[in-house]
Design a protein around this ligand. Structure first.
Ligand SMILES: Cc1cc2nc3c(=O)[nH]c(=O)nc-3n(C[C@H](O)[C@H](O)[C@H](O)COP(=O)(O)OP(=O)(O)OC[C@H]3O[C@@H](n4cnc5c(N)ncnc54)[C@H](O)[C@@H]3O)c2cc1C
Length: 387
């Protein structure tokens, strides 16, 4: 009988396992892939995420970002540039980053079973069981940290359909001269798709190129991705493209049931404005561990404290991010122009990523820049475009 079985060894699951194990709980961490495993992800560990981590992302960083070039519609001439003396993000390959997090969990005392897939849960709380392709285990609590496509949310009836965006990515091999051109710099281009952006993130030996759309409706992402990569002179093969849903936070939902908690992407905590998810995965992992420790100590397995903490510390911010996203993606060109003419809004946006500002501050700044009439008209359009 484990105190907790954590399903999934991404940032959410490994953070939960580490924190629980450090406090002396008996933890089994089950991961269906053999580690290290590839995860489709641009790998930007934001300042906000770094502030929450117990490991140092710099130890596995492929690059440290200090400059962002922002373009419109794949026109790379005359970009808007944001430069920061402090790191904007550490860029990692998720295989190495997640392995480091898993090793921290093992060092803390967690048992890791990788290459083992959870296939079914029996959630009768007096005796919860987790069945995998190898065995069956009993646990007092379960954490579903099995990502956007995991089974825990579905089997616990906590899954919320139609709340995901989508992102896709390739890892492009390019000559060293092209890599050098992008050192410490990322490219973000808005306009295609309308409700998202395309990106170029440099890694130590290649470039990660991707595109994401942050509305539940799908736009023509592959066509837009082709246009983006062509504008950079980069060819790719269809079989190299990796796509994955991005579950968008900020909505009303349950994150727990007695004895069971959802964390990270499984709980739908992706940022509806940027698609960022690592920071919220780590943060929810911390809150999950604290709630479980409380349950083990008090015998109250309602996990209500987790629901409240996620609402207050994460989802309230994601609600504002959702508001910002619906306004931003209703009129992306207006915001692109605003970025060019108003350095303050551009700076505040990236300071948000760096963990130096809160969503509420950015929302309030927007209110002071845009007249109430413009804001109301954009919000009206936003409701039509991003229901
Ligand atoms: C293309 C793309 C680019 C992105 N770029 C960024 C970025 O730059 N920065 C950022 O912050 N976020 C980014 N994100 C979002 C980020 O990847 C996720 O929010 C983050 O990985 C969530 O972490 P997690 O631990 O909740 O889930 P995951 O990282 O998805 O981990 C879940 C784990 O559970 C395992 N699992 C699933 N099912 C089972 C099962 N049945 N049994 C056992 N194990 C199971 C999986 O194998 C996986 O290892 C991006 C997403 C995409 C798709």
């Amino acid at each position: 009988m484990y105190d907790c079985i954590v399903v999934g060894a991404g940032p959410a699951g490994t953070t939960t396992a580490t924190r629980l194990s450090k406090a002396g709980a008996q933890v089994l961490l089950v991961e269906k892939e053999n580690l290290p495993r590839y995860k489709a992800c641009a790998g930007a560990v934001s300042g906000r995420a770094a502030n929450l981590l117990t490991i140092n992302p710099a130890t596995v960083a492929e690059d440290v970002i200090r400059k962002v070039k922002v373009c419109w519609g794949n026109r790379q001439a005359d970009p808007i540039e944001y430069v920061s003396e402090s790191p904007i993000a550490h860029l990692v390959m998720r295989s190495r980053f997640d392995l480091l997090l898993a090793e921290a969990a093992i060092d803390a005392g967690a048992t890791l079973h990788d290459g083992e897939k959870v296939e079914a849960l029996d959630l009768d709380h007096s005796d919860m069981t987790v069945r995998t392709n190898r065995s069956t285990y009993r646990a007092k609590t379960i954490v579903g940290a099995d990502g956007a496509l995991g089974i825990t949310a579905r089997q616990s009836a906590l899954y919320v359909p139609k709340s995901s965006g989508i992102a896709m990515e390739i890892e492009a091999q390019v000559p060293d001269s092209r890599l050098a051109e992008w050192r410490s710099t990322v490219l973000v281009t808005y306009g295609r798709p309308r409700h998202g952006y395309a990106w170029l993130f440099p890694k130590s030996g290649h470039l990660s190129l991707g595109i994401g759309s942050f509305v539940p409706r799908r736009s023509d992402l592959i066509t837009n991705f082709n246009a983006f990569t062509s504008s950079l002179g980069i060819n790719w093969r269809k079989e190299d493209l990796r796509a994955h849903p991005i579950p968008l936070g900020g909505g009303k939902r349950q994150f727990r049931r007695p004895g069971l908690i959802l964390a990270g992407d499984a709980a739908g905590l992706g940022d509806p404005l940027s698609g960022e998810g690592i920071a919220h995965a780590v943060h929810s992992g911390i809150l999950a561990a604290d709630s479980i420790l409380n349950a083990l100590e008090t015998g109250d397995f309602s996990m209500d404290d987790y629901q409240n903490a996620i609402e207050a510390e994460i989802n309230a911010n994601l609600k504002i991010a959702r508001q910002l996203a619906s306004v931003f993606y209703a009129m992306p060109k207006l915001f692109y122009r605003l970025f060019r003419t108003n350095r303050e809004i551009l700076t505040w946006y990236f300071e948000l990523v760096q963990g130096k500002r809160q969503y509420q501050e950015v929302w309030e700044l927007l209110g002071t820049i845009l007249s109430p009439q413009i804001l109301t008209s954009i919000e009206g359009q936003a409701k039509e475009n991003c229901p």
